[in-house]
Ligand binder design. Structure first.
Ligand SMILES: [Zn+2]
Length: 94
């Protein structure tokens, strides 16, 4: 698979809203100061320990798993699931 140029990856990380994407997945984000928190889906979490920062557009679990990263990482490990449409599945590589 072709790799996206770094400038495209950096633009996605900066311009795609992590908060909006996570909310679109049905996760309940709760405002906490300038950040948002939610229960971490990657470990047993009774109190919200996953922090999403709109300022940096990064997320991090302050609990047991300590996972975190950018919007790209959130997609890569399934925090955000991207649905493929029928037309994109049929698309052939050039
Ligand atoms: Zn966690």
């Amino acid at each position: 698979m072709a790799r996206l140029p770094d400038e495209v990856v950096n633009r996605i990380k900066a311009e795609v809203s992590l908060v909006r994407l996570i909310e679109s997945q049905g996760h309940a984000l709760k405002r906490q100061g300038k950040d948002y928190v939610m229960c971490c889906p990657f470990h047993a979490d009774d109190t919200p320990s996953l922090v999403v920062s709109p300022d940096s557009n990064l997320w991090h679990c302050m609990g047991a798993c300590q996972m975190g990263g950018s919007v790209i990482r959130a997609i890569g490990i399934g925090l955000i699931r991207i649905a493929m449409t029928r037309s994109s599945r049929r698309c052939k590589q050039p």
